[in-house]
Design a protein around this ligand. Structure first.
Ligand code: ADP
Ligand code: MG
Length: 914
């Protein structure tokens, strides 16, 4: 690049001093981008590029008008750019420019989105094998600031996923942590910013946190040095980017995982809490239950969903409010109408502290503060509501202080102020004596000017006279052409138009000078007064946040009540025991669009703590299990639930895992991921957790899958003792109910008549009795003769005792004999199911690993069944049987005509019965 001088040179030297990707530099009435920046911006935002020549070279240039920067800035930041903004200021020798802000996704104040906008920092303080994380989360638009701690990478990810930050600052040691950052990149749509490492230095960070929140507060928080470092780094970052909202961060809170139901990232996604698997908002649990009136209320409700609680008292309090509101329909309407008037106080407080609030914003503060007493009136005058915790919520903010501030604003802000703050008319008459004087004089002169046309007409007998002003001519008297010749001598002509002439007079010129002076005076005076007022408001940021929180809470509770009333949800009984008893439960989202068949769920701590859910494909297994998880989750945000009646034992965590096969269809997951998530559940779940496993193990070959499912079931049952629902198409697992005391079978019923399957969607006790693969083939339109033949083959294969009953005694499972899905016949001798191996050796290997994990308790005596067991060598099998097995392995079912297949089977049967 050639040496640029002048404006372009200034641009490049400013650009050099910032790590932002783009620079917007003020040049008079425009913000300009030069060079590559101009090209990037024009590509992204369709701006026109022109050329700016500077000392013989020419540079691309793109600009936006001063007042239009915000939407462009937002668009660029949303596309992932960090944008520096350099403002111009006057110096003695002309203009100078300086970077005032670097706007990043996490420090964007101009957001119009109602969602929380968290900036996060993660610090790893542990050693390599023993990580220990501290996290901090700040929303510059609302001043919310939280710290959290996590014992391992998964827990850290859980917190990150929960807050769903838009920008993440990894600490020095976390930058090489691929486990963490890889997942953040994949799962969270956040910009990763490498902020200077000194900001994370423990001493410096701790100092920053104490300065911001006060020494005592920080001590009371009692979080480790990692969380403090994360918090300090965020404060430094917010300060350095120039967002200027540190003052709105009035309090720091510790987010204790222990107070909340653990919801790992996968579970939040599986349950489609805030977006569907396809990434749509519509159809998520949040979108379904959200009837909030305000954006702050919506944010809070979403936060509740993402962070369900464990404490019975907290939940019962919310329930009481929801109950009171749901039974007071009229008052609820009234409350919601009132809330409709409310603006986002936390955001307004941030704007005030940043100095970007205009008079309309302060008007919004005033109007929103008036919502509080209005709500209080409705609540206090309705006995039902007055006796509920709602009354306490409304009383939590300092209402007297809020009323004072509202009155102060009522006396100050004009009723319909402009959006500019420099041109006056922001404030009310009577607010300030000096201002009143200026206003009086201003109004007087305006009055004089407003009536000038009438006076001139009268005095000089003129018709067609108007008085107006514009930029070039200033004030003028315009006289229609016909009358223009009759103007008095002291009229001085300034312009001739087609149908009229413009004049001025000495008097008019004097008034013009006066009015310009007064306008300037008024603008400056009002701006000064307004700024002082805005500073007053900024100083009450904490009060505004308190009031905002109270309004948001009422809004969120009213939303829960509305949804409950409109959808016949009921208040669940909550207790600390293990039992879960849901009478006629429904899936909260599916019931919106489907004639839903309600289902019961019964779990207790004793002999029914683990349900194996079987049933044909598409019968409703996944829906049933998600319904259970959603109902428990809703109960733990204090909501009513979709059921006829429910008694819910509180859980400390909800864990779900959907088998990789189901996820693979969406190109999301691999078997490796499935297993590492299963591992996470086995490590993290406790006996107070709810675990939902959906077709886990399905992502691998059949016998691998069964073995894993089997072993996981045993572990969950014996070691973890979590409340579990496990949907599986491995019919074999239903046998577990007989061995493990807390395991029970349920199945989703399907009705079969005349060979047709009707899904009843009804969940009943006991295992499903058959495989429905063939029915699915039928439904899919496979020709009738083939379906009939398949049925026939299946029946015969099943009847084939030698192959079917190889499990051993009654309590042992029956191994799959014919996999309709793959069209392969799979005996235990070919457990892997993949190749058709003919050597006994390979088959034995698979067999033994499979059943060891599966049953674990077989003895060689069971080999008398004629089946190979883990201790049996292949030469234990009599040659006849072996011949059949070999034959069997070699047979290609797909390539053999059904008739031949039947003949073969009959042949084997005869051989074996010999
Ligand atoms: P599975 O997991 O057994 O294959 P799904 O749970 O995916 O079955 O359900 C299949 C379909 O049936 C879905 O479209 C779902 O909306 C519908 N469905 C499931 N349960 C019910 C129910 N109780 N009432 C009505 N429709 C249901
Ligand atoms: Mg399913």
């Amino acid at each position: 690049m050639t040496e640029a001088t002048g404006i372009v040179g200034e641009f490049f030297s400013l650009k050099e001093g910032t790590d932002a990707e783009l620079l917007a530099m003020q040049c008079g009435d425009f913000y300009e981008f030069f060079g590559e920046d101009a090209e990037t911006v024009s590509d992204e935002l369709d701006l026109k590029v022109s050329q700016k020549s500077s000392h013989g070279s020419s540079y691309p240039m793109a600009g936006v008008p001063l007042d239009d920067l915000t939407p462009y800035l937002k668009a660029l930041v949303e596309r992932g750019y960090r944008v520096a903004v350099a403002d111009q200021y006057e110096t003695e020798s002309g203009h100078a420019r300086e970077i005032q802000r670097v706007v990043t996704p996490g420090t964007l104040l101009e957001t119009s989105d109602a969602d929380a906008q968290y900036l996060a920092a993660v610090v790893d303080g542990g050693s390599g094998s023993d990580p220990r994380y501290g996290l901090a989360f700040a929303d510059v638009t609302t001043g919310r600031f939280l710290v959290a701690e996590a014992a391992d990478t998964d827990a850290a990810l859980t917190e990150l996923y929960r807050f769903d930050p838009v920008e993440v600052l990894p600490g020095p040691d976390s930058r090489t942590d691929d486990d963490l950052l890889g997942t953040v990149r994949e799962r969270i749509d956040a910009a990763l910013t490498l902020h200077e490492t000194e900001a994370f230095a423990p001493k410096r960070a701790a100092h920053a946190v104490r300065e911001q929140f006060g020494r005592e507060t920080v001590e009371r928080l009692s979080v480790g040095p990692e969380a403090t470092a994360a918090a300090g780094a965020i404060l430094a970052y917010v300060e350095e980017t120039g967002a200027g909202v540190l003052a709105s961060m009035t309090r720091i809170q510790a987010h204790h995982g222990d107070d909340h139901v653990t919801l790992d990232a996968t579970t939040q996604r599986n349950l489609e809490l805030t977006e569907t698997m396809q990434g749509e908002r519509e159809g998520s649990l949040f979108a379904t239950i959200d009837h909030t009136e305000t954006s702050a209320g919506g944010r809070l409700l979403k936060e509740w969903l993402q962070r369900p609680r464990r404490a019975l008292e907290t939940l019962e309090q919310r329930q009481e409010s929801v109950a009171a509101l749901s039974s007071a329909a009229l008052e609820r309407d009234e409350i919601q109408d009132t809330l409709d008037e409310a603006y986002d106080l936390a955001r307004l407080a941030s704007k005030a502290t940043h100095g970007s609030a205009d008079a309309r914003d302060l008007l919004a503060v005033r109007e929103t503060l008036a919502v509080l007493p209005a709500l209080a009136e409705t609540i206090d005058s309705t006995p039902n509501l007055a006796d509920s915790p709602l009354a306490g919520i409304i009383d939590r903010p300092d209402r007297a202080a809020a009323a004072d501030l509202r009155e102060a604003l009522e006396d100050a802000i004009a009723d319909d102020p402009p959006s500019t703050v420099t041109q006056g008319e922001l404030l009310q008459y009577g607010y300030d004596d000096d201002l009143d004087e200026v206003i009086d004089r201003h109004e007087e002169v305006k009055q004089w000017l407003d009536t000038l046309d009438e006076r001139e007409k009268r005095q000089h007998g003129l018709s067609h006279v108007t008085v107006d002003r514009n930029k070039t001519d200033g004030y003028y008297i315009q006289v229609g052409k016909s009358a223009a010749d009759g103007v008095p001598d002291h009229y001085e002509q300034v312009k001739t138009l087609k149908n009229s002439k413009r004049f001025t007079t000495d008097d008019l010129e004097e008034k013009e000078r006066e009015i310009l002076r007064l306008e300037e005076q008024r603008g400056e005076l009002e701006y000064d007064l307004f700024e002082a007022l805005r500073d007053d408001v900024a100083e009450r940021a904490e009060l505004l946040q308190d009031v905002g929180r109270a309004l948001a809470a009422v809004d969120a509770l009213a939303s829960l009540a509305t949804h409950a009333a409109e959808n016949r949800w009921v208040k669940p009984g909550l207790h600390r025991g293990d039992a879960l008893d849901i009478d006629q439960g429904r899936h909260p989202v599916v019931e919106q669009t489907t004639e839903f068949v309600p289902n019961d769920v019964r779990l207790d701590g004793e002999d029914r703590g683990f349900l194996v859910v079987t049933g044909p494909n598409m019968s409703g297994k996944s829906t049933y299990m998600r319904q259970v998880a959603c109902i428990v989750l809703l109960a733990q945000i204090g909501s009513f639930v979709p059921a006829k009646e429910a008694e819910i034992g509180l859980v400390d965590g909800i864990f779900t895992r959907v088998g990789a096969l189901d996820e693979l269809a969406q190109g999301r997951s691999t078997f490796m991921v499935e297993m590492s998530e299963l591992s996470n559940i086995l490590h993290t779940a406790t006996e107070e957790s709810l675990v939902v496993l959906d077709e886990v193990g399905r992502g691998t070959a059949t016998y691998d899958g069964i073995s894993i499912a089997w072993a996981a079931t045993e572990y969950l049952h014996n070691e973890v003792a979590a409340k579990t629902l496990f949907a599986t198409h491995y019919h074999e697992l239903t046998g577990l109910a007989e061995n493990l005391p807390r395991v029970a079978n349920v199945h989703v019923a399907a009705d079969e008549r005349d060979g047709d399957v009707t899904f009843l969607r009804a969940v009943r006790d006991g295992p499903t009795d058959r495989s429905y693969g063939i029915h699915v083939a039928d439904l899919a339109g496979v020709p009738g003769p083939v379906v009939d033949r398949a049925r026939d083959v299946l029946t015969r294969l099943r009847e084939e005792k030698a192959i079917e009953a190889k499990g051993g005694d009654a309590g042992e499972p029956v191994q799959t004999v014919f996999d309709v899905g793959s069209g392969q016949f799979r005996g235990p001798a070919n457990a892997d199911g993949g190749e058709t191996s003919t050597t006994g050796q390979t088959a034995e290997d698979h067999r033994s690993s499979g059943s060891e994990r599966a049953g674990g308790s077989r003895s060689s005596s069971e080999a008398s069944d004629g089946a190979p067991t883990d201790t049996a060598e292949s030469d234990d099998i009599d040659p006849e049987t072996e011949a059949v097995l070999d034959d069997l392995e070699e047979l290609d079912v797909n390539a053999t005509p059904p008739v031949e297949l039947i003949t073969k089977v009959q042949e084997w049967q005869e051989k074996l019965s010999e």
